[in-house]
Design a protein around this ligand. Structure first.
Ligand SMILES: Nc1ncnc2c(CN3C[C@H](CSc4cnccn4)[C@@H](O)C3)c[nH]c12
Length: 228
């Protein structure tokens, strides 16, 4: 088994990289991919850079060039569900693109012909996360994640996303990674830790909590890898 471990930002994969052995850096398509061993498991680790386009490129590369059998995403997210607090973990059961809009032609938000509003994540990996969560004695919220090419820092946009997609959290890469994995038939798992609440304080909270929340997500993800 070869596991793809992805984030979008350096902070999101740094806690993973420091735990790898026999690291080989591969430069490809203006990005860096780290082929390595984690314990005795083959992994490929990369941060895509921010947004749906970069994360699509990295996810497709992980699967088509590095032939990974499963893709795990770790990172931070903005909270939409008011129960979610900074540092809380969210596991995506399905994901949508909140900024995909051809509603003028009568389609729902997030839909284009021959696509679907939501892509569902792998149920076995979600089930595994529940086992790991109970072993670690931590709470993990399974919910809907909305993805778009915008950093959300306004109640108005957050409420649109909440109402339109029933999202629990929002970010900028998960749904595009989901489309790639779904199209190529590779199981995927999107894990996020809350760094802000996508409101007027989002920018400040993000800066303050990105590093600590990224660590929470990365550490949980590696406990999942231990069990794969
Ligand atoms: N409120 C929010 N809206 C949209 N996305 C998020 C996220 C998740 N990530 C973090 C990062 C923000 S943009 C960025 C961050 N730092 C420097 C440059 N760009 C982008 O990769 C998406 C956390 N909070 C979010």
């Amino acid at each position: 088994m070869k596991i793809a471990i992805m984030g979008a930002m350096p902070e999101e994969v740094a806690p993973i990289l420091e735990r790898l052995d026999d690291v080989e850096e591969v430069n490809y398509a203006k990005n860096r991919y780290y082929k390595a061993k984690y314990k005795d498991i083959d992994v490929v680790v990369a941060y895509s850079k921010i947004g749906k386009v970069f994360s699509t490129l990295t996810a497709a590369t992980m699967l088509q060039m590095f032939a990974c059998d499963v893709l795990l995403f770790t990172g931070v997210a903005g909270a939409v569900n008011p129960e979610l607090k900074i540092g809380d973990l969210v596991v995506a059961n399905k994901l949508a693109q909140h900024d995909l809009d051809i509603t003028i032609f009568g389609h729902p938000h997030g839909y284009v012909p021959e696509g679907s509003v939501y892509i569902e994540a792998d149920k076995d990996l979600i089930a595994l996360s529940k086992i790991v969560a109970s072993e670690m004695g931590v709470n993990v919220k399974e919910g809907i994640i909305a993805t778009g090419d915008q950093f959300i820092a306004s109640e108005e946009r957050k409420n649109f996303i909440a109402e339109t997609f029933k999202a629990d959290a929002l970010e900028m890469e998960g749904a595009s990674v989901a489309v790639v994995c779904d199209a190529l038939g590779v199981p995927f798992f999107i894990l996020r830790s809350i760094s802000d609440s996508a409101d007027m304080d989002a920018g400040f909270n993000f800066e303050e909590f990105v590093e600590s929340s990224a660590k929470v997500s990365a550490e949980f993800l590696m406990k999942m890898v231990d069990r794969l």
